[in-house]
Design a protein around this ligand. Structure first.
Ligand code: ADP
Ligand code: MG
Length: 256
């Protein structure tokens, strides 16, 4: 059975999209069949995998408007084993259109559940908010992965995210679990990075993933070539870290 991983944090710039792209690509290199669902109107996961709005007819916007078109909205990427339902700017409208619909939190679930058996992993890249798009993702998924940037206010936003997660678990999707907190953009030479790591280890003793993603320029360069870092510089520290994350996740089970 496939695993559905929701990459969420309502803060922007913490590494959600970088993690979605590179975790998905690393799983695909391990010959796992992966579907990325880009749920951010900025469509960075789509362009980062070389899928641009002008090449696509259907996007996650259409899928949320009409869940029956989800299979048609799947696009291939340059990597075998890796497909994507891309995003487009229309997705901003999807959120507004959903507000007035009954069972508005379950549209993504209706769209993706019929496809899940075709994949080993579904990875959902969420927008930087806790609005209806992220709620739809949390009602679809069973495992939430929370990227956290090693900076001073890292822990502040996560309280609200965990509150939303708890609410979803109680009211909307009892199957949801926390896969883990992933430290991103870590710089071991920086005292603050080390301190944040220690604080987070104390706060989430069972939930902090062992793999830590270092700050690595290759990770930020790769998207402008429409490639995951594996396709851009396979020997980089960033590529190594995401391969290690994929291995850890393959062998790790989410906890309540
Ligand atoms: P989010 O999706 O949470 O907004 P992104 O993944 O888009 O965050 O990352 C924000 C910015 O930081 C992007 O420019 C990205 O290329 C860069 N970035 C992300 N992770 C790393 C990293 N480990 N090392 C260096 N730059 C990174
Ligand atoms: Mg993003």
């Amino acid at each position: 059975m496939s695993r559905i991983i929701i990459v969420a944090n309502q803060k922007g710039g913490v590494g959600k999209t970088t993690t979605s792209i590179n975790l998905a690509a690393s799983l695909a290199v391990m010959e796992k069949k992966v579907l990325v669902v880009d749920l951010d109107p900025q469509a960075n996961a789509s362009s980062g995998l070389g899928v641009y709005p002008e090449d696509t007819r259907l996007s996650s916007y259409h899928v949320l408007s009409d869940p029956s078109c989800s299979a048609e909205a799947v696009h291939s990427t340059s990597m075998s084993f890796l497909s994507i339902i891309p995003s487009s700017q229309d997705l901003v409208a999807a959120e507004l259109e959903l507000v007035s619909k009954p069972a508005r939190e379950y549209f993504l679930r209706d769209a993706i559940m019929p496809l899940r058996d075709d994949y080993d992993f579904v990875v959902v890249d969420c927008p930087p908010s806790l609005g209806l798009l992220t709620l739809n993702a949390m009602c679809l998924g069973e495992e939430v992965l929370v990227p956290l940037q090693c900076e001073y206010f890292a822990l502040e936003g996560i309280a609200r995210l965990l509150q939303t997660y708890g609410l979803v678990r109680r009211r909307l999707n009892p199957d949801i679990r926390l896969l883990g907190v992933l430290l991103t953009m870590y710089d071991g030479r920086n005292r603050l990075s080390r301190q944040v790591k220690n604080d987070i280890r104390k706060t989430f003793p069972q939930h902090l993933l062992e793999t830590i993603i270092p700050r690595n320029i290759r990770l930020s360069e790769a998207p402008s070539f429409g490639k995951p870092v594996l396709g851009y510089d396979i020997h980089s520290k960033g590529a190594e870290a995401y391969l290690q994350l994929a291995r850890e996740i393959v062998s790790r089970h989410a906890q309540a």
